[in-house]
Design a protein around this ligand. Structure first.
Ligand code: SF4
Ligand code: SF4
Length: 96
């Protein structure tokens, strides 16, 4: 029974909605990103984001670990990039 409750409480991991890019804009990233050696500030667009909202260094070893380990979830991603920006901006504010 407790296992069943635990499995309901664990949020499903989704696939990233390509082109959303909220994760590449809203949060601060402290690790180095190519062309952004000091990482990026919250709300700053990552320079590695292309005009389609896709990561130019996806799959490359120099992509920060924090980016490759990020898991999309329903509560974070919402149903639009706007939802995700609101969620991630608030999360950043609460954890700053
Ligand atoms: S908020 Fe979700 S859908 Fe948007 S970029 Fe991040 S992981 Fe992808
Ligand atoms: S390196 Fe790629 S995945 Fe990471 S924030 Fe920049 S564009 Fe997004």
């Amino acid at each position: 029974m407790s296992q069943m409750i635990a499995s309901v409480m664990v949020e499903a991991i989704l696939a990233c909605r390509l082109g959303c890019a909220a994760c590449c804009i809203a949060p601060s990233i402290s690790s180095a990103i190519p062309e952004m050696p000091n990482g990026k500030a919250a709300g700053e667009r990552c320079v590695q984001l292309d005009t389609a909202g896709l990561c130019k260094i996806f799959g490359h070893p120099e992509r920060p670990k924090v980016c490759s380990s990020l898991q999309a979830t329903a509560s974070m991603c919402g149903t639009s990039a706007h939802d995700a920006m609101i969620y991630l901006t608030e999360l950043e504010r609460l954890t700053a």
